[in-house]
Design a protein around this ligand. Structure first.
Ligand SMILES: Cc1cc2nc3c(=O)[nH]c(=O)nc-3n(C[C@H](O)[C@H](O)[C@H](O)COP(=O)(O)OP(=O)(O)OC[C@H]3O[C@@H](n4cnc5c(N)ncnc54)[C@H](O)[C@@H]3O)c2cc1C
Length: 91
């Protein structure tokens, strides 16, 4: 049986926030790098954030240009305090 194979410089396993950020950062650092992102879920993001609480700093660090256009999101974010297993959210 003949199997098809494709070579990549980097293979990132898992299309969650970590894998997606890693793949994006690698391409930012070197656009010529061939990066393959493998996700076992039906689609990218199928196992992603679902609690509707989102800290955007890391996203803004990764995409600083986009951060300028979505600054208006900041005031909408609730102030959240993490205390052990409890999450207190003030809107
Ligand atoms: C119910 C719930 C609600 C949450 N809500 C929030 C929230 O509101 N805000 C927040 O900031 N965080 C939230 N979190 C936490 C957040 O989901 C995790 O911190 C985040 O997903 C971790 O990202 P990650 O990329 O490290 O891992 P994951 O998101 O788990 O990504 C790993 C990915 O790798 C894939 N994978 C695993 N093994 C393989 C394999 N062998 N081959 C291919 N693919 C593979 C998985 O399918 C998955 O998509 C929540 C978590 C849960 C469970």
């Amino acid at each position: 049986m003949e199997r098809e194979s494709i070579e990549y410089d980097v293979v990132v396993v898992g299309g969650g926030p970590s894998g997606l950020a890693s793949a994006c950062k690698l391409k930012q650092l070197n656009p010529n790098l061939s990066v393959c992102l493998l996700e076992k879920g039906a689609e990218i993001g199928s196992h992603i954030l679902s609690g509707a609480v989102f800290e955007p700093k890391t996203l803004f660090d990764l995409f600083p240009e986009d951060a300028k256009t979505v600054q208006h999101l900041k005031p909408l974010l609730p102030k959240t305090t993490f205390t052990g297993l409890l999450t207190i959210t003030k809107v």
